[in-house]
Design a protein around this ligand. Structure first.
Ligand code: ZN
Length: 273
């Protein structure tokens, strides 16, 4: 039974709305913290985004999205880092405490997974150096293995803990129920992350079974098969006291009436988180 004081929402949950309209929606429903995406902020403009957030009294729980080094192709780490520096600038200007970081998958057109892991780690080392002066935490989010080719060679919480440990200060991890619920070592991973003070953010949502699309068919909490209260208990025991951020990629829900959907999300947050 989560209190609304702990509620935050990732704006991807209302991806059909422009950022300005999403902020107005959150304001109507008393939401106090959000995580926006860099492309939507760029669309609305940095100054205008800041003004609307301030007027609505909404703080940033985090910012999306850093990483994805492989996306720019082999040998183009500098290009990837330039993009990441722009994301850091936006996040810092808006006062975000952390940036969700997907380390990237296979190099476009290649099959060498070992190389992809080394490449992503090298990218992270450079990004950590770039991020430290900003004082913003990079939260490595382990993603479900089905996301590996495009999004992340880090697929388990154990790997995310290992990477964070090796990368050192300024790196945390993001625990997303959708990506981690299946992992037999999840409880241990959360304990380890909590003991190191490393849990930078928590994303909540549900896994529909069957699912029609592994990227764009997530469920609201309580609609699917994840025992969210159990995972929440592990997070509590690990000392995590931050916000629990709802993050739902769903073409079904993006097409729904956004006021009714957010009202239901808030109710389900209290009942199922
Ligand atoms: Zn997430």
């Amino acid at each position: 039974m989560a209190s609304r004081d702990r509620f935050a929402i990732n704006t991807i949950s209302n991806n059909s709305l422009a950022l300005g309209d999403a902020i107005a929606l959150y304001c109507r429903h008393g939401v106090r913290a959000i995580t926006p995406w860099d492309d939507k902020v760029a669309e609305l403009g940095l100054a205008e985004t800041k003004r609307r957030l301030d007027d609505a009294g909404i703080a940033l729980n985090g910012f999306c999205l850093a990483g994805l080094f492989a996306k720019h192709g082999r040998g183009n780490l500098a290009v990837a880092l330039d993009h990441n520096r722009r994301v850091l600038d936006l996040a810092a200007a808006l006062g975000a405490p952390m940036i969700v970081t997907c380390v990237g998958g296979l190099i476009a057109g290649e099959r060498d997974l070992d190389y992809a892991r080394r490449y992503a780690f090298e990218g992270m080392q450079a990004l950590v150096e770039a991020a430290r002066p900003y004082g913003i935490t990079l939260g490595i989010e382990p993603l479900h293995p089905m996301y590996l080719p495009e999004w992340s060679v880090v697929t388990t919480i154990a790997e995310a803990n290992d990477w964070a440990e090796r990368l050192g200060a300024g790196v945390g991890i993001v625990v997303d129920t959708y990506h981690t619920w299946w992992d037999p070592a999840l409880a241990e991973g959360i304990r380890r992350a909590g003991a190191a003070g490393r849990i930078a953010a928590v994303h909540v949502n549900d896994w529909l079974s069957p699912t029609s699309d592994v990227l764009l068919d997530r469920g609201m909490m309580g609609e699917g098969v994840i025992d969210i209260p159990k995972i929440r208990g592990w997070l509590d025991d690990a000392g995590f006291a931050g916000r629990l951020e709802v993050e739902i990629f769903s073409t079904r829900l993006w097409a729904a009436d956004q006021d009714a959907y957010l009202a239901e999300t808030l109710q389900r947050f209290e009942e199922h988180v």
